[in-house]
Design a protein around this ligand. Sequence first.
Ligand code: HSE
Length: 396
Amino acid sequence: MVNVAILGFGVVGSGVAEVLTGTGEGIRRKADDLLALKYILDVRKFPDSPFAPCFVQDFSVIENDPEVQVVVETIGGMGAALDFTERALKAGKSVVTSNKELVATHGRRLLALAAEHQAVYLFEASVGGGIPVLRPLSECMAANAILEICGILNGTANYIFTRMVQDDIPFEQALKDAQAKGYAEQDPSADVEGKDTCRKLCILSSIAFGWHLLPEQVPTRGITQITLADEAYAAACGRRIKLLGRAIAREDGTVCPYVEPHFVSQEDPLGGVEDVFNAILVKGDATGDVMFYGKGAGKLPTASAVVADVIAAARKLERASYRPWAPNRPEAVASPDTLATQWYVRLAQGELAGERLTIPQAQAGESGWLTPAMTRPELDRALAGKDVLAVIRVLD
Ligand code: HSE
């Protein structure tokens, strides 16, 4: 029997407890004879919870209990989560997490620490919620050189776009709904400002390219400026707006990572991804395009990925461990300013070279445009002196 401790009893942590003990709706544990939930660490008290006997408030109880072999970190953030992860690994306990901020920033060091102490550090739930993507990318696509990763990686942002378009509701209302459904981060600015997508892109890229890409190396733009007018212009040219994280491998050995909203064709598989779903397109040199698709946020999808990792750690599968990440390579990070694409531009006044878009609800004088392919610095020169309301990259 393998004893498990959960750190943090929030949306994901409570889902993990339910799934592990078989009380969860919709998912049943697959390792009844293998796993036992021994502790839940939280600063809050839950006297009415069915898990009340498991609660502790002092991490050293878990750290010093030799019966605990697997620790689930669902605290989030970088403070206590980092401290407890390091201490658990140093005590030889495997750690499973959904904490993308921690993995994106400290993944290389924590993977090495786990290996040093004959433990594993697993984080399938940190990217794509319930979608199995990290282990397939790491193992099943191991024979490929990865040419590009392009993904809808934030369920909250995608849910907001869907509600805005389908229900014609404003951004703030759609965000409130996403929070109520347990999709958004504790601080939802990470979702809508693109930081969550950035962290997930760093984790995918570090696995795909084999060296640790850091969040501060990824130019990141979120979705807070997107309006219903921009959505209407997108529809006018057969497109949808999607927040994408992209990392493109170049022939010179550099990688161009960035996070931005994009106009995506409705014909493109990414253009049809709605609601809380995520989709991750991985281009391998042997496989061609491979698409991973599923629910990217929410209590039970995320708990499903966490518990699968707990089972893998409990079985001490050597293969469960990711390959170590080589150190960061600042010289190998290319700027998206070098990337020539079409652009959507909304002007308050005036004209622009390119295809003019029209929508019935346009304000007087306002116009939408699709430019020819050009880099962002070239676009900025073309827009100098113009009254610009919005600029969004078009996915080619
Ligand atoms: N806030 C995240 C999202 C949760 O909306 O995608 C899953 O990582």
